[in-house]
Write a protein that binds this ligand. Sequence first.
Ligand SMILES: *[C@@H]1O[C@H](CO)[C@@H](O)[C@H](O)[C@H]1NC(C)=O
Ligand SMILES: *[C@@H]1O[C@H](CO)[C@@H](O)[C@H](O)[C@H]1NC(C)=O
Length: 436
Amino acid sequence: MLSRRQVYLLAVIVAISLLYIFKLTIPLPQNFKVVPLSENSLEDPSSAYSITTTHPAKPDPIVLTFVLMGQPAALEGLVSIKSAIMHASRPLDIHLICSEDSVEIIEPAITLIRQPYYSLNVIFHVVPLKRVEERLTRAGIGIGKRNWPMLSKLLMHEILIDVEKTIFVDTDMIFVVDPAQLWDNFRTFDDNALLALPTLGPTSHAGEICTCVMLLNLERMRRPEPNSLLIPSSLIPQYKDILTEALDAAERDGIPNMKGRPERASFSRKDAPFGDQGIIYALWMHRPALFPQLSLRWDITQCRSSYGLRLGGFLDKDGKPVEDDTAITEQEQLQIHNYNQKAGEGLIVPGILHFNCQPDAGTNVWEWIENHDDTLKTWAPMVTTTVRYKWIWLNRGNGSANTSIVKHTTIRWLDERIHDSDSEENIIKMTGRRAS
Ligand SMILES: *[C@@H]1O[C@H](CO)[C@@H](O)[C@H](O)[C@H]1NC(C)=O
Ligand SMILES: *[C@@H]1O[C@H](CO)[C@@H](O)[C@H](O)[C@H]1NC(C)=O
């Protein structure tokens, strides 16, 4: 009697032999070209095949931003950052808005990548929380039950002062596809577009939009209109902004009640629901044309059971192989969930997995054992792969592309720059308006 292991081995050997025998009849993908063997190439069997792909001479980098205020955020963010590098098909600029003590967590990991396949630029922006508090206090925005780290997400456009546009991703999210696909959404932006985020359609309440993943046109956020800033400042009261009107309206009229009844709930800029998300929500309601819609595929959230999507483990709870469901049809998939209809979408294809709404997960969702248990959680194998993937395995290049690390330690907010600027020209450059 053969053991199970021996049966497997035999099957594998038979399969390989069959493949070998029939290899000439297997059609190759179109971009896979068989080069005839010549005398010379016999000495180097690897040159028998060549994959022909078209590399643009110098592709523009994808610009990613993470906010890592404090070491717990940095430890969690490491995994999100790694997932982006693992899947990226272009050079990456990664901006890290962080506290001083976050640098010592991130930097050693990045230094392990000496030979990336595509150039990798990591730029630290060290921002003391006190400075965030000062700036937002000048905007009249308070923390309520939230915290300043959370609200610092509102200031990315003032910190990344030289950056035109960026993708922002929260630390409890991982890419499972190429971030270039998300970046491509910028092409759909019209001249008004400020930032794109996922929502459940125009009637969404504050918990149905998500500032967890955003495509930000930072340049436009610095001057959303010819005569306006995004966020007000008591330092330069003569400057208009587009946020005040939206916050006034939300405080006056209330916002849709997440619990359903009564229809409206009160709103305060000193204690907005979900912190930064509540503030952005007020603007989203007031000026919807500024916000292109982002597909739910970029926020496959645990809060909504991943829209019924799951990878699944190989074995079920009883240790038996799970029935193969990889050939599931689009119709079958669509029947599982209905959020996509509310959002006006069809089939949702996983792009970024989001591990929020897990109150027992602690400060680092990647260390929570349940997220690695494929009998409990639907994405466990992908989480484990990302968490355990070695940083040195990102040395996939041949030395023609490099990693660079830059650290900025002084921060000057936009309102300070405008206030301190003695030159009208500088002000126009920074905000696109003339001082009044
Ligand atoms: C290294 O890889 C790059 C990009 O794939 C290629 O253009 C270059 O010729 C390679 N250099 C060497 C020395 O192999
Ligand atoms: C990477 O670094 C090497 C060695 O310092 C340098 O020769 C090369 O030009 C750099 N490549 C790029 C793309 O900057």
